[in-house]
Design a protein around this ligand. Structure first.
Ligand SMILES: C[S@@+](CC[C@H](N)C(=O)[O-])C[C@H]1O[C@@H](n2cnc3c(N)ncnc32)[C@H](O)[C@@H]1O
Ligand SMILES: [Zn+2]
Length: 301
């Protein structure tokens, strides 16, 4: 599979942009530098560097360290099975195979899922030409992703404002534990495209949450809430549950704890109690929802 610079659209005027060695720019001369690590920053903020939006460096370092253990690989494998099925369909559709198959990860974090998906497609579907874009509002997240994963285009962008992709141009959009922007996603997803979102299931990290004594949210309701959030624009096609046990050692447990909101809601005492544990057997429980747009995209950007 060859690496392609993802065709971005301009966050200012919404025209198609082109890539040069040093910048991406639109015909109206809005230009965005390509950082040394290879990512593009489309999000201009006046906030100081220590006050940037999105996940903090601390959370990101913990998340990367946790994901590097591959404890969440079964979830990533589930996403890869979904993409495999879609890619096989795309390959058998001669019309689709004319252009690259486009994957967008919104709120991509430090890039774990999109990178694993790209590797999976390269191994299993070498004939499917793809283009891949991860966007996140956290500059630190995008920097970490770009530094490590070179076969994907990465960009800092506020998906609540504008997703830098053309109307109906995305074949698969992912939103993994990320905010869900139904209208904005609907604009960019192709009429035959899919949106796959992952949310925590009702038993997700129940043991850790109980130890932290933080209020356990009613995640059963979250699934219905998510479906309702997408309903004006998307129809639910498929729902899968991924559930498994993880034997976490002390360090992995600490990284997992530090990358989730429960940590930030816990008391100091709870944090210290968990820091003192040798390890924990914890349940991972996810709901993977696949949607399709309920009407053709193609509204004005
Ligand atoms: C819980 S993290 C999940 C990251 C990644 N998908 C993963 O599972 O490892 C949510 C991500 O959404 C990003 N995010 C939050 N608001 C956003 C926005 N408005 N536009 C783009 N990304 C956003 C955060 O910076 C963070 O990286
Ligand atoms: Zn422009």
């Amino acid at each position: 599979m060859q690496s392609i610079q993802f065709p971005l659209t301009c966050p200012v005027c919404h025209e198609a942009m082109s890539w040069s060695r040093v910048a991406v720019a639109c015909p109206n001369r809005h230009s965005f530098d390509i950082a040394r690590e290879g990512y593009v920053n489309l999000y201009r903020t006046s906030r100081k560097s220590e006050n940037q939006p999105g996940d903090s460096r601390e959370m990101l370092v913990s998340r990367r360290s946790f994901l590097d253990t591959d404890q969440y690989a079964p979830l990533s494998d589930c996403l890869n099975q979904i993409v495999s099925r879609l890619a096989s369909d795309a390959a058998s559709d001669s019309r689709e195979s004319q252009r690259p198959w486009s994957i967008l990860d919104v709120g991509c974090g430090e890039g774990y899922y999109l990178n694993r998906m790209q590797t999976h497609l390269t191994d299993r579907h070498p004939n499917v030409l793809t283009e891949r874009l991860g966007i996140d509002i956290s500059k630190e997240a995008v920097r970490m992703a770009a530094r490590r994963y070179k076969d994907v285009s990465w960009c800092v962008a506020n998906a609540a404002d504008y997703i830098p992709c053309g109307n109906g141009s995305v074949d698969l959009a992912l939103s993994v534990f990320a905010p869900r922007f139904s209208d904005l996603l609907h604009r960019v997803i192709a009429p035959e495209g899919r949106l796959v979102t992952v949310i925590p299931g009702p038993h997700h990290l129940a043991e850790l949450t109980a130890l932290a004594m933080a209020d356990s949210r009613d995640t059963g309701a979250k699934e219905q809430e998510t479906i309702a959030q997408f309903r004006p624009n998307f129809d639910l096609m498929d729902q899968q549950t991924v559930r498994f046990e993880m034997l976490l050692n002390m360090d992995t447990l600490w990284d997992l704890y530090r990358m989730i909101p429960v940590y930030w809601r816990s008391t100091k005492e709870a944090q210290e109690r968990i820091r003192g544990l040798d390890g924990l057997l914890a349940t991972a429980h996810f709901s993977v929802l696949t949607f399709r747009p309920d009407q053709p995209s193609g509204r004005p950007a």
